[in-house]
Design a protein around this ligand. Structure first.
Ligand SMILES: [Zn+2]
Ligand SMILES: [Zn+2]
Length: 70
């Protein structure tokens, strides 16, 4: 059975699947929580089960941006 995407909730088929952070994502849905940059298995940074880009992660702005998102 194909799992739902952690971002959009639609079914993820094996050809477009990214398995990260204990979840499954469409390739296009696996993007940074803050700047929306598309990520992949090699360049993502996981934090709190969500993907972030290197720049955001390094800046240490996660705390602030999490507030901004809510
Ligand atoms: Zn999706
Ligand atoms: Zn980012």
């Amino acid at each position: 059975m194909n799992p739902p995407c952690a971002r959009c909730g639609k079914i993820v088929y094996p050809t477009e699947k990214v398995s990260c952070l204990d979840k499954n994502w469409h390739k296009g849905c696996f993007h940074c929580e803050v700047c929306k940059m598309t990520l992949n298995m090699k360049n993502y940074k996981g934090y709190d089960k969500k993907p972030y880009c290197n720049a955001v992660y390094r800046l240490g702005s996660l705390r602030r941006s999490r507030h901004a998102l809510t």
